[in-house]
Design a protein. Structure first.
Length: 152
């Protein structure tokens, strides 16, 4: 089944209010932080990965990205740094995240690096109900194309 943006948002909204569903099964959290001086850190261990970064590594930093990644499935990591450096990495579990972090650590002079992680599949978006029959707006399904340019 193909999902459009509105269906995905509806599923995430429903899941966000379900008791005990703060994280999808088989996922964990990651955090990417930078500060004004160009320092950065990227963590994915523990229940609250931003806490240690903001407390020790980048005190006074700004959280740039927080999200979920798949513990057992494939993840994609998009990396962008000040000065235009960007790269993309894929791997199972935390492998792509470890590799992306090591790429930045090995390159001298990269600052303000932000990591964005996205699982290739989310178990929570498996069809828990027949979404084809969901009528979101008075008898018509929303458009299947999400126009990002309409949202600042």
């Amino acid at each position: 089944m193909r999902f459009n943006f509105s269906m995905i948002m509806l599923a995430l909204l429903v899941l966000s209010f379900a008791p005990g569903c703060s994280e999808a099964d088989g996922t964990a959290q990651y955090c990417s932080v930078t500060d004004a001086a160009g320092a950065w850190d990227f963590a994915w261990m523990g229940e609250e990965p931003c806490g240690p970064i903001l407390g020790r590594t980048v005190p006074g930093g700004t959280i740039q990205e927080v999200g979920s990644y798949s513990l057992r499935g494939e993840n994609r990591v998009e990396l962008r740094c000040a000065g235009g450096y960007a790269s993309s990495h894929r791997g199972v579990g935390t492998l792509a995240m470890s590799y992306a972090r090591s790429v930045v650590a090995r390159r001298q002079g990269l600052a303000g690096c932000v990591f964005t992680v996205a699982p290739e599949e989310l178990a929570s978006l498996d069809e828990p109900l027949a979404l084809d029959s969901v009528q979101l707006v008075a008898g018509r399904m929303p458009a299947t194309v999400f126009e990002i340019s309409r949202y600042p």
